[in-house]
Design a protein around this ligand. Structure first.
Ligand SMILES: [Zn+2]
Length: 276
């Protein structure tokens, strides 16, 4: 499933192609892709809107919309790729597995394709009405070692599920949590209230370092359908230290890496570098 670096890559590429374009109409081929409002309100609400900006919040892609009719639907179009969602911009109105296709004022199309059909689009006035509660962005000023140390202490949860919890910290998924915990030398089952302040600082730095490097490499294409909107795979999978490498030697210490299941998620760690 695309995580923060993959969604950030998608947003950056779409931004270049879409900001300033106007949406002339929307064709919905799979109704359940549109989470809200009603189909009629969605079609009406999107028509004639100019895409004035594009940004990411957590794993959501946020299109900012201006103009159009009396804005019945609101001014934000929010997309979540889930497992296999992809956006295409081009001359083809309906690439394979297209669920919603938007006709643009330059004659091209923005298509949302999604083989597994878990992805969602929603239109509304405010972001917080379109997403569940979301924690701070790990690459923003709202997040640092001090914040993390306090937040970890205030909870008593295992690190892996806590860091996956989007209401605690936004944007991380299975891959980047495993990689950040390894870089910080923390066992995935460690209780959050038993992480020292220096170690919490190191974890914050590790999370940011892993995410920045992954964005630089346009995300990871491993065991997923993730491709950038330009059709390229990401490249961070070549730098995985632990994710998917169970049984192979740790790149830091040589000890064979392990895989356990935590909260139904495969979890990869080094038994020597990340002691329980
Ligand atoms: Zn190791």
């Amino acid at each position: 499933m695309p995580e923060l670096p993959e969604v950030e890559t998608v947003v950056r590429q779409l931004r270049e192609q879409l900001v300033g374009r106007r949406v002339e109409s929307a064709k919905v081929l799979w109704e359940r892709t549109v989470a809200r409002p009603s189909l009629a309100a969605f079609r009406r609400g999107i028509r004639g809107r100019e895409i004035s900006g594009l940004r990411r919040r957590a794993k959501y892609i946020v299109f900012e919309l201006d103009g159009g009719e009396a804005s019945p639907g609101g001014r934000l179009l929010v997309g979540h790729l889930r497992m296999t969602g992809r956006f295409f911009v081009g001359d083809d109105p309906e690439p394979r597995a297209t669920r919603v296709s938007f006709r643009l004022d330059d004659g091209r199309f923005l298509a949302f394709a999604d083989i597994r059909k878990f992805g969602r689009l929603a239109l509304g006035p405010r972001l917080d009405a379109l997403t569940p509660p979301l924690g701070p962005e790990p690459l923003s000023d709202d997040f640092d070692g001090e914040w993390l140390a306090t937040a970890l202490r205030a909870r008593r949860r295992q690190l892996k599920p806590l860091l996956l919890d989007q209401s605690f910290l936004a944007g991380l998924g299975n891959i980047y949590v495993d990689e950040a915990l390894h870089l910080a030398g923390l066992h995935p089952l460690r209780s959050s209230d038993r992480v020292s302040k220096p170690r919490a600082r190191r974890l914050a730095e590790s999370i940011q370092a892993v995410l920045r490097r992954a964005i630089e490499l346009q995300g990871s294409s491993f065991d997923t359908f993730y491709r950038t909107p330009e059709g390229q795979p990401g490249n961070y999978q070549h730098e995985f230290q632990v994710y998917g490498r169970h049984g192979k030697p740790c790149r830091s210490c040589g000890k064979p890496l392990r895989r356990i299941v935590v909260g139904q998620r495969g979890t990869h760690y080094c038994p020597r570098c990340q002691r329980a």
